[in-house]
Design a protein around this ligand. Structure first.
Ligand code: 13P
Length: 252
């Protein structure tokens, strides 16, 4: 049985003080809650302080990006070694905003995924089609290309620890959620790809999240789908009440 995983991607929001206040309240809200794995992804500047506050608790810490190199002359980059050092267990890789605005490609995603896994950092790998691609009937082709390229050469044992996030670009920040049926259709397809690339047994344990306008009022129907194992939440993860409500989802 896959344990649901709900992650809050804060994107470029919250100062260090705001981040600390947020996780302090979230810890109180979720006291005793064990049924869902909970992850928060603050910006780089808040990671160390948030890690300190989360120490010994159940909420896990993620970064929003990582470099594929361990160290060296890479101005502005942060390595997997540094993220582990500061207390991250997860890292979001290949978010569509990074692909659209910062030149992230499947090739760089693949390098980052391998670097993360080799440092015991669990990648949350984002894939998803644009509106234009969906309207042209290209959704499955695009998602298949991303999954195959992003995971090329990844070791099967290490793959167990990764999370895939299906985030249709047209649903991100638009208030337009994929219907549970649309998300399930693609996520079951992704599980099929994982089964072919690794093994059916491994595909059964890898968690696949849905992301794109997830809110307290649509999480239940999304999570009722057999291949939706959690959510990667943007806007609704910035407020403790709505994020805690999403975390408390009962698997259907
Ligand atoms: P929204 O929940 O704001 O649509 O963002 C989704 C997302 O991009 C999470 O990574």
């Amino acid at each position: 049985m896959r344990k649901p995983i709900i992650a809050g991607n804060w994107k470029m929001h919250k100062t260090v003080g705001e981040a600390i206040d947020f996780v302090t309240s979230l810890q109180k809200e979720l006291e005793g809650w064990e049924r869902t794995e909970v992850v928060v992804a603050p910006s780089f500047t808040a990671l160390a302080s948030v890690a300190e506050r989360l120490r010994g608790g159940r909420i896990a810490l993620a970064a929003q990006d990582v470099c594929w190199e361990e160290e060296g002359a890479y101005t502005g980059e942060v390595s997997p070694l540094m993220l582990r050092d500061v207390g991250c267990q997860y890292v979001i890789i290949g978010h569509s905003e990074r692909r659209a605005y910062f030149g992230e490609s499947d090739e760089t995603v693949n390098k980052k995924v391998k670097a993360a896994l080799s440092h015991d950092l669990n990648p949350i790998i984002c894939v998803g089609e644009s509106l234009e691609e969906r309207e042209h009937g290209d959704t499955f082709r695009v998602v298949e290309g991303q999954v195959k390229e992003d995971l090329r050469g990844v070791d099967a044992e290490a793959a167990r620890n990764m999370v895939i996030a299906y985030e249709p670009v047209w649903a991100i920040g638009t208030g337009k959620t994929a219907s549970p049926g649309q998300a399930q259709e693609v996520q079951s397809f992704i599980r099929g790809l994982l089964s072919d690339m690794f093994s059916p047994a491994l595909a059964e344990v890898i968690r696949i999240q849905y992301g794109g306008s997830v809110k307290p009022d649509n999480i239940d129907e999304l999570m009722a789908q057999p291949d939706i194992d959690g959510a990667l939440v943007g806007g609704a993860s910035l407020e403790v009440g709505s994020f805690a409500r999403i975390v408390r989802v009962e698997r259907g």
